[in-house]
Structures are given as structure tokens and as C-alpha cells.
Design a protein around this ligand. Structure first.
Ligand code: RIB
Ligand code: CA
Length: 309
């Protein structure tokens, strides 16, 4: 079986780490590299977090440092949700894989060139690294098959009433990616707020006596409490959505639509303006907007994968 080459770009925080652990167990996908970006927490944490989650999984994927801040906006972190170092109360083993000085954007280009047009990029954080790669290497438009984004929302937002965090954090970077011409799959809040594990499912998985499930338990406890205080039905696994969409699209449904990012709005900065209805206002239907998920199957699949470590 020809495996699908995949790149994982992340501001590795709590749901990012679960997304990686799920991605690592997809037999039809081959992780070619991981890049860390500043987002949930600073790069000084997201970079070692990305290295160390590989160590927990028993893998030594190459991990590259990316942007310390968005293209133009100041970095706005989410320590209140993801904790001081981005992993809640979770602790990871320390990776001893040698460091590399190759920056994320160069590594992404190298992987795309090597994959000869088959590379899929999964993003779980602000799109700064991908935007820089596209600006430095315009030929990426013909080398990257698909970018699967956790980000945006056809309706609503979580950082503001209009914007989801990953897009809000770097709206200019996001706009460069959405306008790149590379086919986009947008897993926005429309689907990710329904992609949750119930508290009972979280506790059951966290009770399994294994290093991965103990890490899951410790890293998610405060985030679950955050969602419960906001009267949400459970632990939203936002970043797992693009991973499982690529591996198991049958769990999801959505619509092709034009999507562009508001970069200047005082109230609407970072909004992914999504033309789901008129379908006439944007020149292209540049993104597949994922709107629904089979939650029961999604949650069961995540549990089964984390128990398998
Ligand atoms: O809005 C949810 C997104 O912001 C997720 O990627 C989460 O990890 C945070 O980065
Ligand atoms: Ca993230």
C-alpha cells in the first residue's frame, strides 16, 4: 500500500498532542515531519512539546522550529486553557533526538519536493509557518496536494464572537494560505465543537494504566473542566478533526465553498468569511468546509487508538 505522506504543523497544546497520538497510529499515513509554531503557548514550549510527544509515542520523527510570533500581530497565547507549558498537568519524557537548524518553512518545502506533489499538510495551530513557506517557495502551490486545517468557523468564534483562535492569532498568515490556490479542508468550530468526548468517556480512557492514557488524563483534566464550566457537553478535540478527516472521511460531511479571512476588521479580525449560501461572491470555492461529524464513532475511534499504545 502506498502510504500518504503527511506533514504535521502544531502549536502543541493539549488537543494537538492527542491529534499527534491519533495521527501516529494511522497505517495509511506516513509522517514526514513535524513543525512547531507559537500559538497556545510560546515556541520555547511548543518546540520541545513536539519533540517529547514523539518520545512518548516511541518515535523519532524530525521536528523543526517555526515562527516565534504571527506575521504582523503580537503573539496571543492561551495559557489559561493549555497551562503554563501547553500540556495541562501532563508530563512527557524528554527526547534526545539531535536538534536541526533547518527552519520549519525550509523543511516543509523539502518534504513537499520529495513527495512529488502528494504531500498533505495537517495544521493544528496558527498558520504562520505555512504562510512563510508559501511566500518563500511559491512553487509549493503545485507541490502540496492538500492543506487540512483545524481553524476558522463558518459561523461563530471562540476567541471573539467572529473568530476561532488559530485564524484570529495570525489572520494575515491564514489569508495567505486560503488564497494560495492549494486545496483546503477547513475543520472549523462548526464541526470541532461537536467532535468531543463526554466526561464519562474521558474518565474511562484516563483510567487505563498506560503511559499514554496517564498523559491523556493529566493533560486533559483542566481543559475538560474549562469546557464543563462553559456548559459544553465534553472535551472538544479540535485538532483531531483534520487528522481523522484525512484518515476516515466517512465520519464527516461538509460543503465546498469560498472562504477568505478578514484581516482588518476591528470586530471581525480573523473571521473566516464562508460563502456557504450565495456561492457567488468569491472567485473560487477554495475550501471544503467540514460541518458535521459522527461523534460517537469519532470518540470511540480516539479512545481505541489511545488504548492501543
Ligand atoms: O480553537 C481551537 C484551536 O486553538 C486548537 O488548535 C487549539 O489547540 C488551539 O490552538
Ligand atoms: Ca492547536
Amino acid at each position: 500500500m502506498n502510504k500518504i505522506p503527511v506533514w504535521f504543523d502544531t502549536d502543541i497544546g493539549v488537543d494537538d498532542s492527542i491529534a499527534f497520538l491519533v495521527l501516529n497510529k494511522q497505517p495509511q499515513l506516513e509522517i514526514k515531519g513535524i513543525s512547531a509554531v507559537a500559538g497556545n503557548v510560546e515556541l520555547e514550549y511548543t518546540y520541545p512539546n513536539a519533540r517529547n510527544i514523539c518520545c512518548l509515542a516511541g518515535k523519532n520523527y524530525p521536528v523543526y522550529k517555526g515562527a516565534e510570533k504571527p506575521l504582523f500581530e503580537p503573539l496571543q497565547t492561551a495559557h489559561a486553557i493549555h497551562g503554563e507549558e501547553g500540556l495541562g498537568r501532563g508530563k512527557l519524557p524528554v527526547s534526545h533526538v539531535p536538534h536541526t537548524d533547518i527552519p520549519a518553512w525550509d523543511a516543509i518545502y523539502n518534504a513537499a519536493a520529495q513527495a512529488k506533489g502528494e504531500l498533505r499538510i495537517i495544521t493544528a495551530g496558527p498558520l504562520t509557518n505555512i504562510a512563510i513557506a508559501i511566500l518563500k517557495y511559491p512553487q509549493l502551490r503545485d507541490l502540496v496536494k492538500q492543506i487540512l486545517i483545524m481553524g476558522g468557523a463558518a459561523a461563530g468564534g471562540n476567541v471573539t464572537a467572529a473568530a476561532e483562535y488559530n485564524i484570529y492569532a495570525d489572520p494575515h498568515g491564514a489569508q495567505i494560505v486560503f488564497k494560495s490556490g492549494i486545496p483546503i479542508v477547513m475543520c472549523g468550530l462548526d464541526v470541532t465543537m461537536d467532535a468531543y468526548m463526554t466526561p464519562e468517556e474521558v474518565y474511562a480512557l484516563g483510567a487505563v494504566d498506560s503511559p499514554v492514557c496517564r498523559f491523556f488524563r493529566d493533560s486533559t483534566i483542566d481543559v475538560l473542566n474549562f469546557y464543563e464550566r462553559g456548559s459544553k457537553p465534553g472535551l472538544c478535540l479540535h485538532d483531531v478533526c483534520p487528522v481523522l478527516y484525512l484518515a476516515h472521511p466517512e465520519l464527516f460531511s461538509g460543503k465546498q465553498a469560498g472562504v477568505y479571512v478578514e484581516t482588518r476588521g476591528r470586530i471581525t479580525r480573523g473571521k473566516t468569511v464562508t460563502d456557504l449560501m450565495s456561492d457567488k461572491k468569491f472567485p473560487e470555492r477554495n475550501a471544503f468546509v467540514v460541518l458535521e461529524v459522527d461523534r460517537d464513532r469519532f470518540s470511540a475511534m480516539v479512545s481505541e487508538i489511545l488504548r492501543s499504545y
